[in-house]
Ligand binder design. Structure first.
Ligand code: GLU
Length: 505
């Protein structure tokens, strides 16, 4: 029987989740769901110095907003918990002992100062120093010191780290990546990485490998920035005599220009969010904007992320989460960086606003209106939606259309100059009489009476329609004036008409 599919999203709560992190979670989720596998949320919080309050909640809230629900995790439970690394210290201790015993790791008593001195010395002659197979015997560790020296240091409570022992003679380590194929690295360029810090807590590398093994992870799907760590991880699996999971490193998300990795600064500069939700940095108090608060729909945000590094192979761009699950495969993830296009994010938002049943926007519309639409009937909200969904990128823009709520206080000057002729007021007054007779006061009727009125008077469409629009809305663009009149109702339409004529004559 083949191994069950188990994948994990393993963020560190060191700040808000970047949209690249959400994409990693999404690809893991899709990969798991397509194959009936399990998607795990593991919090990698061993680095106490970089811990940021609120970051973990933020990560959870972001995933929840997107509809990416973990099957196992701290809140969800599961048989492989705890799902927070800070609660798994005993396991890392136990496993590092195994490596110490079989000679794959060693204790190093060197102080940061002594290592800095070595580095400086090497730099002074143009070399780079690292703690590795060529330098370790000149350092103070359990390989270079004799047993009594080690015993003495241990007894005196000298702090030590545990380092991984790279092979003495250079050899090749090969990483198979599902997206990139075979990657070969010579071990002689790799240093003896710290596995356990002086505080007894594991480093990322140790905790990550130990957990992936103990949580029975079948596929490690993560960002390209972790590719350089993969050879060490492969060697660690070998040292533990564990089977290696399969690796897939996702392409970087690039700036809109294509030059370099997308960063928070690009978002600030370009006026687009790079975080899923608003995030207020607890140290500085500054807030970075999120897709949610900007008015993006989670479906649009996810769809945009889906195509940022993956394509279906044909021209199809719109995918619901279910469709994405059915279509997704690692084989179609691109190798090169994925260039982020903020306009495309807007485009997706428009597509999702305009597709499907408009009734699902009634409640969100009312909410976005901050009380201005309280008491509006469903029909009234539907009318607003069918007039304006085609014209906005975000639902909340509708709430900023003042003429929906009150008659215009000012009128477009340019339009007045162009379209308001000495005879216009007279036409509109006659039109008011025509409108007054219409019953029921509905768009189709209004339109046909309007046209008949033009014909009787041998008037052009623009000569009356634009001034009509001007007095009802104050502006020169917008929805069909017949639909809009129906929405206003006869009384309000005539009131605005009268007021406009008075103001402009
Ligand atoms: N904690 C790492 C991160 O924040 C996880 C890397 C991995 O998935 O192995 O990205």
């Amino acid at each position: 029987m083949s191994q069950p599919i188990r994948v994990r999203f393993a963020p560190s709560p060191t700040g808000p989740l970047h949209m690249g992190g959400v994409r990693t979670a999404l690809y893991n989720y899709l990969f798991a769901k397509k194959q009936g596998g399990t998607f795990i949320l593991r919090v990698e919080d061993t680095d106490q110095t970089r811990f940021v309050p609120g970051a973990e909640d933020y990560i959870r809230e972001s995933l929840a907003w997107c509809g990416i629900a973990p099957d196992e995790g701290d809140a969800e439970g599961g048989e492989y918990g705890p799902y927070k690394q800070s609660e798994r210290s005993a396991l890392y201790q136990r496993e590092v002992e195994v490596l110490l015993k079989n000679g794959q790791a060693y204790k190093a008593f060197d102080t940061p100062e002594s290592m800095a001195a070595k580095r400086k010395e090497a730099e002074s002659v143009g070399n780079v120093w690292q703690y590795d197979a060529t330098t370790r015997m000149s350092m103070r560790n359990t390989l270079s010191l004799n047993a009594s020296e080690v015993a003495e240091l241990e007894q005196s409570g000298q702090p030590y780290t545990v380092r991984f022992k790279m092979p003495d003679s250079p050899s090749e380590v090969s990483v198979h990546d599902e997206i990139r194929g075979e990657i070969r690295v010579s071990t002689h360029v790799l240093d003896d990485k710290v596995l356990m810090k002086t505080d007894g807590l594991p480093t990322y590398h140790l905790a990550n490998v130990v957990d992936d093994h103990h949580m029975a992870i079948s596929h490690v799907i993560r960002g390209e920035e972790w590719l350089p760590s993969a050879p060490l991880h492969v060697l660690l699996y070998k040292a533990f005599q564990w089977e290696c999971p399969r690796f897939a490193h996702l392409p970087l998300i690039l700036k809109p220009t294509g030059n370099g990795k997308l960063s928070k600064r690009d978002g600030d500069k370009g006026g687009f969010p790079i975080f899923p939700l608003d995030w207020t940095d607890p140290a500085s108090g500054t807030t970075s904007s999120g897709y949610r608060e900007q008015g993006y729909l989670p479906e649009a945000f996810l769809n945009m992320l889906l195509l940022l590094g993956w394509s279906s192979g044909d021209d199809e761009e719109l995918f619901s989460l279910e469709q994405a699950i059915a279509a997704f495969d690692l084989g179609r993830v691109i190798k090169s960086g994925a260039r982020f296009n903020p306009d495309k994010a807007l485009w997706f938002n428009e597509q999702y606003l305009r597709s499907g049943d408009i009734n699902r926007w009634i409640e969100p519309l009312r909410q976005a209106a901050h009380g201005q639409m309280d008491g509006w009937s469903e029909k009234r909200c539907q009318q607003v939606l069918s007039m304006f969904l085609e014209r906005v990128q975000f639902l909340h823009e509708i709430q900023q259309i003042n003429y929906l709520f009150e008659g215009p206080k000012a009128f477009d000057e340019k339009l007045i100059r162009k379209k308001w002729k000495p005879e216009t007021a007279g036409y509109l007054t006659e039109l008011a009489m025509v409108l007054d007779r219409i019953s029921p006061f509905e768009s189709a009727q209004i339109e046909s009476e309007f046209k008949a009125f033009l014909e009787r008077n041998e008037l052009g469409f623009g000569a009356v329609l634009l001034p009509f629009r001007l007095v009802l809305t104050g502006t020169g663009g917008g929805p069909s004036m017949f639909d809009f009149s129906e929405f206003l109702g006869k009384e309000e339409t005539l009131k605005r008409l009268q007021a406009g004529v008075t103001a402009l004559s």
